[in-house]
Design a protein around this ligand. Structure first.
Ligand SMILES: Nc1ncnc2c1ncn2[C@@H]1O[C@H](COP(=O)(O)OP(=O)(O)OP(=O)(O)O)[C@@H](O)[C@H]1O
Length: 339
């Protein structure tokens, strides 16, 4: 009996790297040996259709660079990114690809043109990707997107300008624009961080509901582990360009392994109990990071000589992996509650 073919993941990111030159002064600019900063360091992951992957990390850890690479706005130095099995950077039909990927930005105030009515803002993707539709068909899709994002009464909202709406309503407009031509993948870059705490949960549950009803995959980028639990299936913790811990979100957040993940979780719970694993510091100073081996080495209380070797990922279980030499020969199971 022949076995069924395994479906390809929607998105496959394999061993990508991205380096930016650092131009500190005119001498560096003129020098042939410009120093460089690795913003993305050997990142790999798969994303299935309808799945939500949270990418969490502090400012400067490489989250936005990763989003730009997936959107094709940047090209990796090496490694590959495939969408439905096709390398995105060699695809000729980019427009078709980008009809399937939409982005929701952090700032609902600057991401919407204040001079354009909501009906025209939400219609933009249809004008680009489905211009064969009649005006009535486009209008109907815009109305449906507004109903799906609970922007009601629809007929009133259609005629409004962004400045007439609250922050939460504006972010719903961004979401309506992103789903009007139903995409396969949404990249949401800190979509609730600029909103009132009172509306954050509503926006997250809306995104969750839409991905279930429309079977959309989401990459949810955040520095906030507390909100990520409301939306994610999987999580990748980023530190200095690398995903240092990865797995199912409940597993990673309730049984964290990497000392850096402990540090992020302690910041959420204001706990200092676990600082036995790391030396606290305020944010990442990239110039202080070790050039070789684990970049958390200088901050880690578990570090030993192996940690200066090239980083390796260890699978702790099918649901959880960590890039930390401490776990090479250990199957440590620490339970911890972050509620
Ligand atoms: N175009 C660029 N040229 C040079 N360096 C860059 C460029 N874009 C990003 N970087 C550097 O790459 C690193 C990662 O930046 P990135 O914006 O991806 O981080 P981030 O995690 O999204 O941070 P934030 O949450 O503050 O947006 C940083 O050190 C940043 O200064």
């Amino acid at each position: 009996m022949s076995s069924l073919p395994v479906p390809l993941p929607l998105l496959q990111v394999k061993n990508i790297n991205k380096t930016f030159p650092i131009h500190r002064n005119i001498f560096h600019l003129l020098s042939s040996s410009n120093p460089a900063r690795k913003a993305i360091d050997n990142v790999s992951f798969d994303l299935g259709q309808g799945e939500v992957l949270v990418i969490a990390g502090e400012s400067g850890s490489g989250k936005t660079t990763l989003a730009k690479l997936i959107m094709g706005a940047l090209i990796p130095d090496d490694g590959t990114i495939s969408f439905e099995g096709n390398y995105i950077h060699s695809l000729k039909k980019r427009k078709a690809l980008y009809s399937m990927i939409q982005m929701i930005h952090q700032d609902p105030y600057s991401s919407l043109n204040p001079n354009i009515k909501i009906k025209d803002i939400v219609m933009e993707p249809l004008k680009i990707h489905e211009n064969n539709l009649s005006r009535n068909e486009k209008d109907e899709k815009v109305r449906l997107a507004l109903r799906r994002t609970r922007l009601e009464p629809v007929e009133e909202i259609l005629e409004k300008y962004p400045t007439m709406l609250s922050g939460g309503q504006r972010q719903r407009v961004s979401i309506a624009r992103s789903i009007v031509k139903i995409p396969k993948l949404i990249i949401a870059d800190e979509p609730v961080s600029m909103l009132d705490i009172s509306v954050r949960a509503e926006i997250l549950s809306l995104l969750n509901e839409l991905r279930k009803t429309l079977n959309i995959s989401i990459i949810y980028i955040t520095h906030d582990l507390a909100t990520s639990r409301f939306i994610g299936d999987k999580i990748g913790i980023m530190f200095a360009g690398s995903i240092i811990e990865y797995g199912e979100i409940d597993e990673v957040l309730h049984n964290p392994l990497h000392p850096y993940t402990w540090m992020l979780l302690d910041a959420v719970t204001f706990s200092t109990n676990e600082s036995k694993f790391y030396k606290s510091f305020d944010g990442i100073n990239l110039s202080e990071l070790p050039l070789k081996g684990c970049k958390f080495y200088n901050r880690c209380k578990l570090s030993f000589t192996d940690c200066t070797n090239d980083l390796e990922q260890f699978d702790i279980s099918k649901r959880h992996s960590v890039s930390c030499f401490y776990y090479r020969n250990q199957n440590i199971n620490r339970n911890r509650n972050i509620d």
